[in-house]
Ligand binder design. Structure first.
Ligand code: DLL
Length: 433
């Protein structure tokens, strides 16, 4: 499969570093001059734009976190006059004010080029019919992928998310070959199709681009098997652009990062210091070309590792490993740190469980109580009672050995855990209600 932008995607890494440095210097100079938050934060550290002489000097710059973006709501972090902004989006935060991000014409051009890049990497071409089942609206997923797909010349079906039976009808009638949505929604589409008696594996559908949330545990395998497609993962976040930041090629061995437009660091979340290549840490992103909404050293809270070796596809752009969890996903239950992805991993190793589960946290007196509701396959659920008890005990003991904590396991009927047409929530924390 030819590269969308071979000159950049297979660039010599020394030349890439030169390009990154000159773009970093320009970005730092611009935000210092135009964004009071960055000016003040740099001044406090005694840093001037002229101090950035090598790429490693990025570490002299202040980190940026969500709080700064919230405190400057709505436009305080913009680096251009609002007249130059042609689009805004906002983050999918569920509480408080959202984070508003803006794009100039040039930013939209870059964005569509980068979503075209990841889509090509996944194997999409002008011959594809792409059903876009992300929410269109303030979420960056729908519009971001839309323009990239059009740029490739694919036929875009802007279905939006929801109305799942109609999605399946369109998939069948329009001859959809590529599906774009969250991985949870892809699986939900498969379930609804099965209920409708539509065999997706026999439709022209051949590739999926999934992002916005982790495709962990058994999810990718299930999606590939049930939809009969190659399922690729792509990553991004509104604060730095949206989708297009990184995406897998057909080899599915890590997500190629758009290093010509972003400078990526992986740091120890506690100390903020860089970790060696291959060690997991928090991804930190500095934009190198954004005009309207540049960010310096944005703490994503996403955990990943980076690999700079050349991929089989010929791309020299570094690859990040799939993001399985965020730092703020971590729950403290009876003093023990627990990530939902640990439960996902345990269930992935147990035949007869579906990738659907929900952690329900309550407080009984001073004690935290964790119930894990696990959906099981039809054959397990309809089995005789005695086997259900044994199965529950087995799941509970596996969870105990991995989490180091006892959880009550409740096996629930297939299809009973709420499905999502966007990002799935795996935790219901009622402890502070
Ligand atoms: O989810 C942007 C996006 C849309 C990416 C569509 C890919 C496809 P936000 O709503 O700002 O933006 O959420 C960003 O979602 O920090 C991660 O925690 C998570 N996330 C996004 N993509 C992935 C992925 C969009 N492929 C937050 N794997 C990020 C794991 C992901 N987590």
């Amino acid at each position: 499969m030819p590269l969308w932008d071979a000159a950049r995607e297979s660039m010599n890494r020394n030349e890439l570093a030169d390009l990154q440095l000159s773009r970093l210097q320009q970005t730092v100079a611009r935000v210092y001059a135009r964004v009071p938050h960055y000016h003040d934060a740099m001044e406090q550290l005694g840093i001037l734009p002229g101090h950035i002489r090598t790429l490693d000097d990025v570490r002299l710059l202040p980190f940026t976190d969500k709080t700064a973006l919230r405190d400057t709501y709505p436009y305080g972090m913009f680096a251009v006059d609002l007249d130059q902004v042609v689009r805004v989006h906002s983050s999918s935060g569920t509480t408080g004010k959202p984070i508003v991000v803006g794009y100039t014409h040039a930013d939209l051009e870059t964005w569509s080029d980068l979503t075209a890049r990841i889509s090509s990497a996944a194997g999409v071409t002008a011959r594809d019919r792409v059903q876009l089942a992300f929410l269109y609206g303030m979420f960056t997923g729908g519009w971001g992928m839309h323009y990239g797909m059009e740029k490739i010349g694919a036929m875009v079906i802007p279905a939006g998310s929801g109305n799942t039976e109609r999605q399946i009808m369109m998939m069948r009638d329009f001859g959809t070959t590529a599906l774009v949505c969250t991985p949870s929604y892809a699986l939900y589409i498969a379930e609804v199709a099965e209920g409708m008696g539509v065999d997706l594996a026999h439709l022209p559908l051949r590739v999926g681009l999934f992002g916005g949330e982790p495709t962990g545990g058994k999810l990718r395998d299930e999606i590939e098997a049930r939809l009969g497609i190659l399922a690729t993962d792509n990553y991004g976040l509104s604060e730095v652009m949206g989708p297009g930041v990184a995406g897998e090629c057909e080899h599915q061995c890590g997500l190629h990062m758009a290093e010509d437009h972003f400078l990526f660091e992986v740091v120890d979340p506690e100390s903020g210091l860089p970790v060696p290549e291959g060690t997991e840490g928090e991804l930190v992103v500095t934009t190198l070309t954004k005009e309207a909404f540049p960010v310096l050293r944005y703490r994503t809270h996403d955990l990943t590792t980076i690999d700079t070796s050349v991929c089989e596809c010929g791309r020299t752009l570094a690859r990040m490993s799939k993001v399985r969890q965020r730092i703020d996903d971590m729950l403290i239950i009876r003093g023990v740190n627990v990530f939902p992805s640990q439960i996902e991993d345990v269930l992935a190793g147990i035949e007869g469980t579906a990738p659907h589960f929900l952690m329900v946290l309550d407080r009984q007196g001073a004690m935290d109580d964790l119930e894990v509701r696990v959906e099981v396959a039809e054959e397990i659920f309809s089995d005789v009672m005695a086997d259900m008890v044994a199965f529950t005990d087995m799941v509970a003991s596996r969870l105990h050995s991995v989490l180091g904590l006892r959880a009550r396991v409740k096996l629930v009927e297939p299809g009973s855990i709420e499905r999502s047409t966007g990002k799935t929530r795996r935790v219901l924390d009622r402890r502070n209600l």
